[in-house]
Write a protein that binds this ligand. Structure first.
Ligand code: ATP
Ligand code: MG
Length: 393
């Protein structure tokens, strides 16, 4: 329960702190990197909280990017990387989605507006002092997730904190303090006020970082966060062994694994077009080839196109073993056997040269050629395809 006498702070963070302190301001390390370091998980992405106002921070650092200046955050660039420097602030108004902040706050006030005790610790990088008004170190030691202050009030100020809490709990193998948990249950309906983007970021980050995916999913279900945003989440018995999923984790693939209708989910979460298209391709094609012969696998590849790797990975996640067609698939690719139009030895312009007019007829001939080549890869030479096309045109 005691803090280390000092911790290793990256050189560039020290430089930023020295410059701020040299100009008469306070500079403290805060946030996730501190928590992770205390948990024994290296993280050098330190955020700095300061008494300097945003315009004063800008004045001190030649290279800076305003990342959230309204909220007092400026990214300061050192020769190595960016670090976020944020002015001490307190919330003056909150509506569950956004906060209006006021500068001129003290470090203690700044820590008091943070979400969880483990995220509300400060360390002075030059004087090696700790500030922990909410006993975050105690909660780090016991593995408890506890809201700063009155949990229900804090969740009503910003409902995203509920989802952040679920994410941190599953990521660190924590237990949610009973009062904090009751407050989550009491306020969870407020999640509906959040923007889809913020919810998606939490869902994706949680899938990427949870130590135990089954615990992450259990928390979403038990808190009823899933009822609000992901009613398509499958039951735990329908999911198999989510904890066998290795890192790095792909959130789109995992959304397809864990939900009944990934396209609907990703649309609701305003995922990117590419992500939605991937999910759509996964649910459209046959989930597996009709056997493991090269012919069956080539036919399947021609049907599912780019979704083949996702479908194979999905099958493997569902069954907890390598897909039986994996070796055949690798062989087909090594031999370069065509399963798509663009892998044919001739292209559309070769057909136009034969006198086929551009249009549906041309497309139909290419499809026919592909069909033949999928069944018999040896046909995929220019001469043979031109001869075949000549008969088909
Ligand atoms: P990670 O970056 O690993 O997800 P983090 O704790 O660093 O975790 P950030 O979103 O980077 O999370 O935020 C940095 C710090 O800002 C947090 O540790 C917390 O103190 C505070 N914070 C972030 N979001 C909120 C919020 N919605 N409400 C209150 N405090 C917050
Ligand atoms: Mg962070």
């Amino acid at each position: 329960m005691t803090f280390p006498a000092s911790i290793d702070i990256p050189q560039d963070v020290l430089e930023i702190a020295r410059l701020l302190e040299g100009a008469g301001f306070e500079a403290w390390c805060v946030g996730g990197a501190l928590r992770d370091t205390l948990l024994g998980q290296p993280n050098t992405d330190y955020d700095i909280a300061t008494s300097a106002r945003p315009e004063q921070v800008r004045g001190l650092f030649k290279h800076h990017v305003p990342v959230g200046e309204r909220f007092g955050t400026i990214a300061v660039r050192t020769h190595r990387r960016h670090h976020e420097v944020t002015t001490f602030r307190k919330d003056v108004e909150t509506d569950g989605r956004h906060a209006v902040v006021e500068f001129g706050a003290s470090l203690e006030e700044d820590l008091a507006r943070r979400d969880f005790t483990v995220n509300a610790i400060a360390y002075h990088p030059l004087r090696h002092e700790w500030r922990d008004p909410f006993e975050g170190m105690h909660d780090i030691t016991t593995g408890s997730l506890r809201a700063v202050g009155d949990a229900e009030t804090r969740f009503r100020e910003d409902y995203l904190r509920i989802l952040r809490g679920l994410r941190f709990t599953a990521r660190f193998g924590f237990t949610i303090d009973p009062v904090t948990w009751q407050a989550m249950l009491a306020t969870v309906d407020g999640l509906k006020y959040l923007s889809a983007e913020r919810v998606r970021d939490e869902w994706f980050k949680g899938l990427r970082t949870a130590r135990s995916l089954s615990e992450f999913l259990r928390l979403w279900r038990a808190s009823r966060a899933a009822a609000v945003w992901l009613p398509e989440l499958r039951g735990s018995d329908a999911i198999g062994q989510p904890d066998a999923v290795a890192l790095p984790r792909d959130p789109v693939l995992l959304t397809a694994l864990f939900t009944l209708d990934p396209v609907a989910v990703l649309n609701r979460l305003k995922a990117s077009r590419a992500e939605i298209a991937r999910a759509l391709a996964m649910v459209s094609g046959p989930a597996a080839p009709e056997g493991e012969s090269p012919l069956a696998v080539r036919r399947w590849l021609a049907a599912v196109h780019e979704a083949a790797d996702d479908l194979t990975a999905l099958w493997e996640l569902r069954h907890g073993m390598a897909a039986p067609w994996r070796r055949t698939l690798d062989g087909i690719r090594q031999r370069g056997e065509a399963t798509s139009r663009k892998q044919l030895a001739i292209a559309g312009n070769d057909l136009t040269a034969l006198g086929v007019a551009a249009g549906p007829k041309l497309g139909a001939i290419l499809d026919r050629l592909l069909h033949e080549v999928v069944d018999n890869p040896a046909l995929n030479t220019r001469e043979q395809l031109l001869a075949l096309a000549e008969k088909l045109k």
